[in-house]
Design a binder for this molecule. Structure first.
Ligand code: PGA
Length: 253
């Protein structure tokens, strides 16, 4: 299969990684996957480790991402971090609307849209997460839920800006559970997302990368990425060990 989209393997470290742990992990990754032809690699450590990871990966092809942001550039928003701050910290990507943010911290579709637009204004590439819960899947609501999340996230985003967005399909029931979507289940939703993007932006949809996330591991990455619309992965647990993440970067094609 000839790929026109460069696959991205993105490590979402979540709330793991003291500065010294982050330095060790990013050092190991830089040594091995710092330059991997035909593959892009991004790691998203906790905010407090951005600076140390940036200094480690500097000069390599590994990109730096953040896990969240606030939509205002600055202001009285205790505990929040803005897009310009992330750019200053060296980020080029930001994960937006992760299901943990939605489920545990009450993030709503409207906020995901504000964050997406703020990221784009600052020059960051948003990785917009969508995905259904198990009850939604069991009720046959998967595609409707994904469509609603996607439409809300990119409402008002221009075609030029949409070209810089990535979508991550992350079925909530697969995140951190060890229960991965089958390649066919992933492909069905990825194809649906691409068709939905094509409805609004016919010339763009073929170039937008759609990542899969949810218990992606070295032993299933190849089968998932063999699907025509799976352009990489947003990897949680398996990105915390250099050895497994390196295997995933090399296995996925
Ligand atoms: P997991 O997490 O790989 O540990 O399932 C994926 C994610 O939450 O992005």
């Amino acid at each position: 299969m000839i790929r026109t989209r460069t696959p991205l393997l993105a490590g979402n470290w979540k709330m793991w990684g003291t500065r010294s742990e982050a330095a060790a992990l990013s050092t190991a990754l830089t040594a091995v996957v710092g330059r991997t032809p035909g593959r892009e690699v991004m790691i998203a450590p906790p905010f407090t480790a951005l600076e140390v990871v940036r200094s480690v990966i500097d000069g390599s092809a590994i990109q730096l991402g953040a896990q969240n942001l606030h939509w205002e550039p600055k202001g009285a928003f205790t505990g929040e971090i803005s897009a310009p701050m992330l750019v200053e910290a060296g980020c080029t990507y930001v994960i937006i609307g992760h299901s943990e943010r939605r489920q545990l911290f009450g993030e709503l579709d409207a906020g995901v849209n504000l964050k997406t637009r703020a990221a784009l204004r600052a020059g960051l590439a948003p990785v917009i997460c969508v995905g259904e819960t198990l009850p939604e899947r069991d009720a046959g609501e998967t595609l409707g839920r994904v469509q609603a999340q996607l439409d809300a996230a990119i409402a008002g985003v221009s075609a030029a800006d949409l070209a810089r967005c990535l979508i991550a399909y992350e079925p909530v029931w697969a995140i951190g559970t060890g229960r991965t979507a089958t390649p066919a289940q992933a492909q069905e939703v990825h194809a649906f997302i691409r068709a939905r993007l094509a409805a609004g932006h016919p010339s763009l949809a073929a170039s937008i990368r759609i990542l899969y996330g949810g218990s992606m591991k070295p032993d299933n990455v190849r089968a998932l990425m063999a699907e025509v619309d799976v352009d990489g992965g947003l990897v949680g647990g398996a990105s915390l060990q250099a050895e497994s993440f390196v295997r995933m970067v090399r296995e996925g094609s």
